[in-house]
Write a protein that binds this ligand. Structure first.
Ligand code: TYD
Ligand code: MG
Length: 459
């Protein structure tokens, strides 16, 4: 049978294809990421797709049994929640992140916990030797798990063979960028290889009902294909992020066919693996200087999870002709709008003031419920009037300075109460509905506009 040869240039960052080399990718705007890839498509007979048995026939939707997905639970609450309540049988989850962030650690931890429940787990380690993985496992787990198999292999055909003979319930492939398929012309790590291997493994996971983790490195220079080229192939995409010099790590779900996205899990890297942080609010508020002007605590929401974050404002008279407005962790345009509301509607004379805003702890706040907190942080800094340390602030602010209602009020209030806040400024509109809000100690202060909220602060 004839061998078809195809040469294309592929962006290693987003997978955009072109017939000629391009300096800048029109898809993702990154520079110098195009690499020539030769895909030698071998005859169908010796293709490894033959190894992936697929005997599905069309059936009537009404005859399909099940519909409620079975899930495995790792027992790591933060991890299970980000997955949407456990690992779905027959699903593929991509864990993506910068090199060294802790992807292998979290995957191995999950593998250990799952095998501890008697599930058969295969950990394919393409980057580290089996001895290295053993050492890591000993660091994170004192007793070795009984049904955890480990193999150092990067040939995807061999991996598929192992899976077919071992019949594990859970498979981890670390990482998807080092496995390759020998029949394909392009080098390991290229877009064609990564895509081909991932789709082969995905098919296998679906047909055999295996819960599979693929680990993918995020790369900046385009030397190997980024995890973005896989996002449409897999069921769930989790990004593992963190500041380089902080021990805290955040696991964020950006795609989930079996649960909510924007779900967040917080971990701390310790000398014995990743530890769950079940009370992130306490950490974000740890170093708060109470009773200082310009500091406001806001209960924001990430996915279904409430968080308390500290918003800090600093206002000082500008030494130059042009004032500066700078925001860290908050949208600069939104800050400009809130400053304009404070000037025009509340009457604060901010036009010759430099304004700085910071969300503590390196978090990025996009939740509109933080608007009123931001406005009060700026106003409190300007007037040098501290917001009482036991008072949290909630509300979206409109252009005519009205305070608009926020979503999931009760979740947010419960979190504030749990952390010992005594009072919370809330939008009056939120309290209109007849549904009673049951709170033990937290006192609610309803406000209609920003001026009313500021009056509460001024006392
Ligand atoms: P790793 O999981 O190898 O990262 P990735 O797979 O994302 O490249 O983890 C890397 C870092 O984590 C490494 O610098 C060492 C550190 N680490 C700990 O601090 N404690 C531990 O128990 C382990 C296993 C790793
Ligand atoms: Mg690794």
């Amino acid at each position: 049978m004839a061998v078809k040869q195809k040469t294309v240039f592929v962006c290693q960052s987003c997978g955009q294809e072109s017939t000629r080399w391009l300096g800048k990718c029109p898809g993702c705007q990154s520079w110098n990421t195009f690499v020539e890839e030769t895909n030698i498509v071998s005859p169908a007979s010796d293709s490894p797709r033959g190894l992936v048995a697929n005997t599905e026939r069309p059936v009537l939707l009404q005859d399909v049994v099940g519909g409620h997905e079975a899930r495995y639970h790792t027992g790591m609450g933060e991890f299970d929640r980000v997955l949407g309540g456990g690992l779905v049988v027959g699903s593929v989850t991509l864990i993506a992140g910068d090199p060294g962030i802790g992807k292998s650690t979290i995957a191995l931890q999950a593998a250990c916990l799952l095998s501890g429940q008697g599930l058969k787990v295969l950990y394919v380690s393409g980057e580290e030797s089996t001895a290295q993985t053993k050492m890591r496992a000993e660091r994170i787990l004192k007793t070795p798990a009984a049904s955890l198999y480990i193999v150092n292999q990067i040939d995807v055909n061999a991996v598929i063979e192992f899976i077919n003979t071992l019949e594990p319930q859970i498979v981890v492939v670390d990482s998807v960028q080092v496995v390759y398929q020998s029949g394909l012309g392009s080098s390991p790590g290229s877009v064609s290889q990564v895509r081909e291997c991932a789709s082969l493994l995905t098919q296998l996971a679906k047909s055999r009902g295996i819960a599979m983790f693929l680990i993918g490195h995020v790369t900046k220079d385009g030397a190997i294909a980024g995890p973005r080229v896989l996002e449409h192939i897999v069921d769930t995409v989790l990004y593992f992020e963190g500041e380089r010099y902080s021990a805290y790590r955040v696991l964020r779900s950006v795609k989930n066919r079996f649960g909510s996205t924007h779900e967040l899990g917080v971990f701390e890297m310790t000398s014995s693996g990743l530890a769950e942080v079940t009370n992130p609010s306490e950490i974000f508020l740890l170093e708060r200087s109470k009773e200082s002007s310009g500091s406001v605590v806001v209960p924001i929401l990430e996915g279904t999870r409430p968080f308390l974050v500290e918003v800090q404002g600093l206002v000082s008279r500008s030494a130059f002709g042009m004032v500066r407005h700078k925001a860290q962790g908050f949208d600069a345009n939104r800050l400009a709008l809130l400053v304009a509301v404070l000037e025009k509607r509340v009457g604060l004379r901010l036009e010759d003031q430099d304004i700085f805003l910071n969300i503590v702890g390196g978090v990025r706040v996009e939740d509109p419920a933080a608007d009123l907190g931001v406005a009060l942080a700026v106003a409190s800094a300007f007037l040098d009037k501290p917001v009482p340390a036991d008072t949290a602030v909630l509300g979206e602010v409109g252009l005519s300075s009205e305070v608009r209602s926020v979503s999931h009020l009760v979740l947010r209030l419960n979190e504030a109460e749990k952390l010992g806040f005594k009072r919370c400024i809330v939008p009056k509109n939120n309290l209109k509905s007849k549904n009673e809000i049951k709170l033990k100690t937290l006192q609610l202060i309803p406000v209609v506009n920003v001026r009313e909220a500021l009056d509460v602060v001024k006392g």
